[in-house]
Design a protein around this ligand. Sequence first.
Ligand code: ATP
Ligand code: MG
Length: 347
Amino acid sequence: MTNVPSSDPSLEARIAADPHRFRVLTGDRPTGALHLGHYFGTLANRVRLQDHGVQTYLVVADYQVITDRDLAGDLPGNVHEMLLDQLAAGIDPERATIFTHSAVPALNQLLLPLLSLISVAELQRNPTVKAEAAASGTRAMSGLLLTYPVHQAADILFCSAHVVPVGRDQLAHLEVARTLARRFNDRYGRVFTVPDPLVGDAPVLLGIDGTKMSKSRGNAIELRATADRTAALIRRARTDGVRRVTYEPATRPEVANLLELAGLCLGEEPEDLADRIGDRGAAGLKALVTDAVNDHFAPLRRRRAELAADAAAGGLDEILARGNDHATLIAEAKLDEVRAAMNMSYR
Ligand code: ATP
Ligand code: MG
């Protein structure tokens, strides 16, 4: 992996000084295959930290799929695709614990004490909850969506994670996890670690329609896409009518996003790429981005195809079973600590 500069140099320095002391937890909803936004927002950081020796926990957040929809869709298929994406990106199941939310009941039980520490008004004000409610259209907000930051806090706090690699859309949720950890510790004594976010090189990568790239919005370039599919998607990407390509994130966000994406793939600055493309316009820009993405992700895509062939033999189920067992041990130990702190140890 490249040495991705992080959003918080002091956190990076602390991790680099003693990586084995740190624990990472992060995850994804199994709503589809992972995309370039995941890669540059969080996945590259997960792999980099794992490779530095940081203990890594990755949750497949299956219960959270129904925060903003009625039916979860093809959960087994989506879980399978997401696992392949993570392994192809360099997550090592021998070192990382990959588990599913629904398979760890003790983790979910942490929700009850945590819910007692936050008001409904605080949850209603949460910007991530508001944005996700707006994105789910006219659907009434469910209790599960309203409490999304609290179950996410349980995911993070159960394993005493210090670091949570996420995209910018998750920062408000993470703030809730920090607040709940502090409130619990103040009320009952120190049980929870207060986690720090780590935002990747692309805090919010935009999709081909110019809004946040998301699995659910049909605007994503998936990690698993073929080179031809990638080219077709980038050809359709929204730009503007200005011929000369310039890097101006505030006024030309779609063009800037494509320049940033190519810059991340090539290890170059978006301004330099804009100068190089100059008057070749959107077509020149898109040709450059397509080659950059396809070259950068060719090794990952090759590994993914090999892994998919092996996966038919059931290896992925085994990885999850092992991860679920390990996460359950950790969650039960934390739940015991929570009950002891709350004076509930009378079973
Ligand atoms: P959905 O549309 O189902 O919500 P999603 O594409 O938003 O899917 P999530 O599973 O919600 O993906 O997010 C997983 C992680 O990836 C989170 O840390 C999130 O911040 C990060 N992430 C998702 N999309 C992007 C993006 N476009 N840019 C940067 N980071 C992203
Ligand atoms: Mg999302």
